[in-house]
Design a protein around this ligand. Structure first.
Ligand SMILES: Nc1ncnc2c1ncn2[C@@H]1O[C@H](COP(=O)(O)OP(=O)(O)OP(=O)(O)O)[C@@H](O)[C@H]1O
Length: 313
């Protein structure tokens, strides 16, 4: 089932075209929204939530049009905004209950769900404290709790690890990983941090200057690049490559003793050293391919995305 569908989506703000013809279909359990500052990530989220009207084209969430079916979309979506917007005098539980009521739950159910959501994110013990006394990390967590309380089908998170120290960041990432694994809630996570997206998402939409720079299945990319290795060698490469091909590797040789390999899962780097020693080749350097999401991102940033089209990476 498609989570988000964009069809030539254009959004103009203050006389400026901020989203310029986005097209694509996102189906992942956890979708990353990446892009440099000003790329249009928050604008896209606000459009999905119905805060901005498309100037032309359309956006759909679970098949529902953001222009015409705004209320239905909001019922099924939990939103964790980037900026803090609390009523500081409320206790944690009162605030989350209030947000759940605004999302449509009756008061008694909202209260029950507020307790559950606060325990789930790890704020159970401080739920009767005023929100204004919470640390930055707790404030991020209560934003997550209020987004979860009404039982959404899609959780939209705008920069969820902003301002968190390494431990708090790791806890937030683990919670998002748990939500993904549990499987009943889809995630859309906006971030300018590749690492956050890499650790939590299986699909990514990369925006650049209001256009789609790339849309890809990270899990698939990871699988295909996992065992990509570059070697710098000295000595005869022919027998070495022949032996490796016999073991199921793809092997290409280049000038200066450079060899590129794609290895099947069962072959380990130490097997390369054994084969090299058996065939009289010296391996001087071995590089595993860089993080594939970083590769995808860098290529997307270098390419010039055409309006309404996807760049093939
Ligand atoms: N209300 C507005 N009126 C005019 N321009 C706007 C408005 N809101 C956003 N913009 C502009 O639209 C562009 C995209 O902004 P947006 O906040 O969507 O980017 P972003 O990718 O979320 O960036 P960041 O990572 O910095 O949060 C920016 O150049 C921004 O200045």
């Amino acid at each position: 089932m498609s989570v988000i569908e964009l069809n030539g989506l254009q959004v103009q703000l203050g006389g400026r075209l901020v989203l310029d013809g986005l097209t694509g279909e996102l189906r992942g359990n956890a979708i990353g929204l990446l892009g440099p500052n000003g790329a249009g990530k928050s604008t896209l989220i606000n459009t999905l939530l119905g805060f901005h009207e498309p100037t032309s084209g359309s956006a759909r969430v679970f098949g529902r049009d953001t222009r015409r079916e705004r209320a239905l979309i909001r019922q099924s979506v939990g939103y964790m905004p980037e900026n803090d917007s609390f009523i500081g005098n409320m206790t944690g539980v009162r605030f989350v209950r209030y947000m759940a009521e605004l999302a449509g739950l009756p008061p008694a159910e909202a209260l029950e769900r507020a307790h559950e959501a606060l325990f789930y994110v790890g704020l159970g013990e401080v739920r009767y404290r005023k929100v204004s006394t919470y640390s930055l990390g707790m404030k991020q967590l209560i934003k997550l709790a209020q987004a979860l309380a009404h039982g959404p089908k899609l959780l939209i998170l705008d920069e969820p690890t902003n301002g968190l120290d390494p431990m708090a960041r790791q806890r937030m990432i683990q919670t998002l990983q748990e939500i993904r694994k549990e499987g009943s809630i889809r995630l859309l996570i906006s971030s300018h941090l590749l690492r956050d997206i890499d650790q939590t998402c299986d699909e990514v939409l990369i925006l650049k200057a209001g256009r789609v720079a790339a849309l890809c299945d990270i899990a698939e990319e990871r699988r295909s690049h996992r065992n990509f290795i570059e070697l710098e060698t000295m000595g005869p490469t022919e027998r070495f490559c022949e032996t490796l091909r016999g073991l199921g590797c793809e092997c290409a040789t280049f000038a200066g003793g450079r060899i590129k390999l794609v290895m099947p899962d069962r072959i380990e780097p130490r097997d390369l050293y054994v084969t090299a020693s058996e065939t009289g080749l010296q391996i001087r350097r071995m590089n595993r391919r860089r993080d594939s999401l970083e590769d995808i991102f860098m290529r997307a940033m270098e390419a010039e995305p055409a309006r309404g089209e996807l760049v093939s990476l």
